[in-house]
Design a binder for this molecule. Structure first.
Ligand code: CMP
Length: 141
């Protein structure tokens, strides 16, 4: 099934100059990049994106981290790319992510209030549609 997913290369990925390395892995998998934009995210965008985490202890430091510098938002398309991107990314915690995955190979096992894990990817078709609407309203279905 052809799908679209919303990917964020988080500020730690941009600061560490890992954009090219991560995008190379996405393209090498055969996925298509439909849209790509580097920007410093506003609190409005982030609060909408992370609505399900509002009220959790890590929410304020997460907004601070995610707006601490530019991130790169992408719309990625391809066959089964929602699950495919989750598998390329690896587990949320870089310490638990398998070698061969983006987080497993490139993520750092630092003890921080927020898990700095380089990349976000939508977890379902519903999340993908919602998140594409937040970051790329012109591409909303
Ligand atoms: P992401 O998959 O983008 O979505 C939620 C983010 O919240 C997650 O990446 C982490 O960066 C962060 N996060 C999730 N759970 C925790 C946690 N228990 N402690 C700190 N940060 C978290």
């Amino acid at each position: 099934t052809q799908e679209r997913t919303l990917i964020l290369l988080k500020p730690d990925a941009v600061k560490r100059q890992l954009r090219g390395e991560i995008i190379r892995r996405i393209e090498q998998k055969g996925y298509t990049i439909l849209a790509l934009d580097q920007r410093t995210a506003s609190h409005e965008e982030l609060t909408a994106h992370y609505a399900e985490h509002e009220g959790k202890p890590f929410f304020p430091p997460m907004l601070e981290f995610m707006s601490s510098g530019p991130l790169v938002a992408l719309v990625v398309a391809g066959d089964e790319c929602i699950a495919g991107m989750r598998s390329l990314m690896g587990a949320t915690q870089p310490t638990q992510a398998a070698p061969g995955t983006i987080r497993g190979d490139l993520g750092r096992a630092w003890d921080k209030p927020v898990i700095e894990n380089l990349i976000h990817g939508s977890d379902s078709p519903e999340s993908a549609a919602r998140e594409i609407g937040i970051w790329f309203p012109s591409l909303a279905a």
